[in-house]
Design a protein around this ligand. Structure first.
Ligand code: SAM
Ligand code: SF4
Length: 333
């Protein structure tokens, strides 16, 4: 059945679903979770593959055409590749993307390519092994680096996600821009957000997207602005003659909400209409109560009929009243 395209109450079409397939992870990035990790969900609280397939099929019938699998670390979930195999064949799904830390990814790259994966976002905040160890609390730099090289070798479009952290990886900004000289990658510098599982929060973010760009432009004055794609969350630039490009994502400053076309579903099957809300609908519960697809569609329409207009409004309206502090590994980024 094809239901009408899903729009929110601000007239924004919803075409992109980001799904966290697990909250578990093999790294402990300090901006994402505390050193001791987070209390993982019992396995029965995760959406099963059947439930995920049903969710994607159902939302595809409402106009979702792009999927991103994320986590936690998606490759920590057993049989992830089988899930991807299913995703790519669902009617209406045009692009399947993946966000990964690259630690367990290399053995799957050929199959990902053959399945037509649209792109991989690889999280890499530094080019220095020691800093990688300090940021992720694990000594695994080589594996992520190898994944980057293998993705490029297999011609899989790749974006590097680098969270910019005061006092931690500022010295990596320029070398990462320089990486785009010889590598056809898009390096995206992301403002650090407070989704870190409860550690310190900024009132004033030291490295805003404006400061990151100003820093880059001092060293690369010839850098040109590229045309950003519709619904892009990054402002994109290129150094003339370089193979790759550079973007900045104002994830804390939230300048991109006006064109937001996303749904997020957390590892426990909770719908977020905004990254900064604290969950508006438990889809897993609806499924396990035996609701029909039509009933779930109606609940989705209701959820999007009162969507906050931006991330600031969503944060103010959090039902728990608690500030943002949950770990990004439950949400997926
Ligand atoms: N484990 C996978 C990975 O790291 O690529 C996928 C999940 S991770 C939560 C998704 C993205 O969220 C990563 O690119 C990560 O850098 C980003 N992220 C996590 N915590 C963040 C924070 N506090 N601020 C900004 N980005 C964050
Ligand atoms: Fe794991 Fe990704 Fe969070 Fe790092 S950012 S701890 S790799 S989920």
């Amino acid at each position: 059945m094809v239901a009408p395209q899903l729009f929110d109450n601000h007239g924004r079409p919803i075409t992109y679903l980001r799904l966290a397939v697990t909250d578990r992870c093999n790294l402990r990035c300090f901006y994402c979770m505390p050193e001791e990790g987070i209390k993982y969900l019992p396995k029965k609280e995760l959406l099963t593959f059947e439930e995920i397939e049903r969710l994607i099929t159902l939302t595809a019938s409402m106009g979702i055409s792009k999927i991103r699998l994320t986590g936690g670390e998606p490759f920590v979930r057993t049989d992830l590749m089988n899930l991807i195999r299913k995703m790519v064949s669902i009617n209406g799904i045009k692009d399947v993307h993946l966000t990964t830390n690259g630690i367990l990814t290399t053995p799957h790259i050929e199959v990902l390519k053959s399945l037509g994966i649209a792109s991989v976002n690889l999280s890499l905040d530094t080019l220095d092994r020691e800093r990688f160890k300090m940021i992720t609390r694990r000594d695994e730099f080589e594996k992520t680096w190898d994944t980057l090289l293998q993705l490029i070798k297999h011609d899989v479009p790749v974006k590097i996600n680098a969270v910019v952290m005061d006092g931690k990886n500022i010295e990596d900004i320029l070398p990462m821009v320089e990486l785009t000289k010889s590598h056809p990658v898009s390096v995206r510098f992301i403002e650090e957000m407070p989704f870190n599982g409860g550690e310190s929060h900024y009132d004033l973010l030291p490295w805003t997207f404006k400061k990151i760009m100003a820093h880059i432009q001092v060293h690369y004055p010839s850098m040109i602005k590229l045309q950003d794609e519709a619904h892009s969350t990054s402002y994109n630039y290129q150094v003339p003659g370089y193979k790759g490009n550079v973007g900045v994502i104002a994830a804390f400053s939230r300048t991109f909400c006006g064109t937001c076309n996303r749904i997020r579903v957390t590892a426990q099957g909770v719908l977020k209409t905004c990254l900064y809300d604290d969950g508006v609908l438990n889809i897993k519960t609806l499924m396990r109560e035996g609701r029909t697809d039509e009933e779930i569609r109606i609940e989705l329409l209701k959820a999007f009929s009162s969507r906050p207009k931006n991330g600031f409004e969503a944060e103010e309206q959090r039902k728990s009243g608690a500030p943002v502090m949950e770990s990004m590994s439950t949400i997926g980024g």
